[in-house]
Design a protein around this ligand. Structure first.
Ligand code: HXC
Length: 525
């Protein structure tokens, strides 16, 4: 009798184990062999394969792999794939804990129903509570049509958490397939959107709806592919050549970010580079309006190969990105004279202000390299709202309480002088090179206004203008009036820049700044 009981108990135990093994196996199969093959044929990895590429080897721990939907209509009640179209859990990336969700296109096209949304919300909640970054890998047909409003509610729950997490933990969205309809607003609420060059699409209404409503015919790629979002809309911050490279970029991006808003950004004190900076003297051209590549200055000053540019192909007249200096993560904003002469237009203002607000939320010092002739003139700029967008940039610089350092390398004219991290917006250390020209406007333009009547009466107005311009330049096209007034703390030789930045960052590392008590300010978005 005792033996029988024992055998029965053993059998039961074994069948319990078999059941778990079976369920685990089934959940790993996703939508089945055929759909996985289809995914591979499209040049796409599966949800789990993507996680493997993204995280440190064997570090992913899956949760909720046995979740199924509870829907009862459209025959869904007879089709309950384990996991419900999303793989969720936590993992390590370069010694740091992260939370992850990865949509599984092989199950209902990765579409989001109630159960999938609840799984995503669970990892988002855990990420917020534990102060760790959340990374979403999106590949989905959007709201699961058969679940109706329950799917829409799921998106609402995610958007709410995206907003709660904003400024608390870094949020990264990696788009590796379709991201359609209102679903786009989750990545749009996150801090960084990464897209794969091929195969990833974001649009509020797809090509078919567009055709039905407006008659316009357009491909998926031309409507919302990586080209559109990296060059025209600015939605996508970084683009990878293929899935592996896109996931690799996400790892790199994370290396500049703290885990949450209460941590300092990563710092590697072992990196001590002695970089010869004398070549900086050769970069600024002799001729006033001659363009040059500001990225040459960036790559000379900061640690070798440490610059990660964001929105590289959008609003190219301003550069934003992360770089390290002596191992310390910093945010860089720089005018780019190669495009629009480095003038600020509405997109540049948008791009830079958002980046500054990110750095400020996550304790990343803001470093500004200035060469700006002004705001971009034109009817289009005025009518597209350069006033409103420009105000965002002023607001972002003024609001930021992280260490702020600026270096004027050439032009700093007019309102753009103020907006580009001037002393007047609370910048801690303002430096300028001897080549700096800090004035209300460019010398020639100023003389045309100041000496309008004299020029009108002159026999040879062009020659007279040249004389006036030369005089004006002597007086104002330099950093010394600003230095006399204390608006520039120090005029430095270009080769001293790296050392000055490091010294300033050390000086400012314990900076504390209080702003007036309020619920929140109202950025002119
Ligand atoms: C349910 C869906 C689905 C969805 C795809 N599938 N989208 N199931 N709800 N939203 C299923 C398909 O039926 C199919 O199932 C499988 O996923 C793969 O889809 P295919 O169409 O075969 O794949 P493909 O040709 O690659 O096309 C992918 C696609 C297309 C472009 C995403 O499926 C598509 O256009 N889907 C609808 C997109 C959309 O309009 N979604 C709603 C957006 S509105 P089988 O069983 O055949 O494999 C929205 C509102 C959110 O999301 C609001 C938040 C506020």
């Amino acid at each position: 009798m005792y033996l029988n009981n024992n055998n029965r108990a053993n059998e039961k135990e074994e069948s319990n184990y078999d059941k778990l093994l079976d369920k685990r196996q089934k959940s790993l199969e996703g939508g089945g062999k055929q759909r996985i093959e289809n995914q591979h044929k499209k040049g796409k990895l599966t949800a789990r394969e993507r996680i493997e590429v993204l995280v440190d080897e064997n570090s992913f721990v899956e949760i909720d792999s046995l979740v199924t939907h509870q829907a009862q209509k459209f025959n869904l009640e007879n089709n309950k794939p384990l996991g419900d179209g999303v793989v969720t859990g936590h993992a390590i990336i370069a010694e740091r804990q992260v939370f992850i969700y990865s949509q599984d296109f092989t199950i209902f096209g990765g579409s989001l129903g109630r159960a999938q949304a609840t799984k995503i919300c669970k990892v988002m909640d855990l990420a917020i509570k534990t102060g760790n970054p959340i990374i979403g890998i999106l590949d989905s047909g959007g709201a699961r049509i058969q679940e109706g409003v329950a799917s829409l509610a799921g998106y609402g729950d995610i958007f709410y958490r995206n907003t709660q997490a904003s400024g608390v933990i870094p949020q990264i969205s990696i788009i590796l397939g379709p991201c359609a309809g209102g679903a786009v607003y989750s990545p749009a609420l996150t801090d960084f959107v990464l897209m794969n060059k091929e195969n990833s699409f974001m649009f509020v209404t797809g090509p078919e709806v567009v055709k039905a409503v407006t008659g316009e015919e357009i491909s998926f790629y031309d409507l919302g592919g990586s080209g559109v979002h990296s060059r025209k809309t600015g939605v996508s911050h970084l683009v990878g050549e293929n899935e592996e490279k896109t996931l690799d970029i996400a790892r790199k991006l994370l290396s500049y970010l703290p885990s949450n808003n209460l941590c300092d950004p990563p710092f590697n004190p072992e990196i001590i580079e002695e970089i010869d900076q004398h070549s900086l003297r050769e970069i600024i051209p002799d001729l006033e309006n001659e363009p040059y590549d500001m990225k040459e200055i960036i790559s000379t000053i900061f640690d070798s190969d440490s610059f990660l540019e964001l929105n590289e192909d959008w609003a190219k007249n301003i550069i934003v990105g992360f770089a390290r200096i002596q191992g310390l993560s910093t945010g860089i904003i720089a005018n780019q004279p190669l495009f629009l002469g480095g003038a600020i237009d509405y997109n540049a203002a948008d791009k830079a202000s958002r980046f500054i607000r990110f750095c400020d939320s996550f304790n990343i010092p803001v470093l500004t390299l200035v060469d700006v002739p002004g705001f971009l003139p034109g009817v289009k700029q005025e009518h597209e709202g350069i006033i409103r967008h420009g105000a965002k940039l002023l607001y972002a610089y003024s609001e930021a309480s992280v260490p702020k350092i600026s270096i004027i390398v050439r032009k700093a004219y007019g309102g753009a002088y103020i907006v580009m991290s001037s002393k007047h917006l609370g910048t801690d250390i303002n430096l300028a090179w001897p080549s700096a020209e800090i004035a209300v406007m460019g010398a020639e333009g100023a003389c045309r206004i100041l000496y309008k009547n004299k020029l009108k009466d002159a026999e040879n107005p062009e020659e007279v203008l040249e004389e006036f311009t030369a005089e004006f330049k002597e007086e104002f096209a330099n950093p010394y009036q600003a230095a006399e007034l204390g608006y520039v703390d120090k005029v430095i030789f270009p080769e001293e820049t790296r050392k000055e930045i490091i010294t300033s960052l050390l000086l400012l590392q314990n900076k504390r700044e209080q702003s007036p008590k309020r619920k929140h300010g109202i950025s002119p978005v």
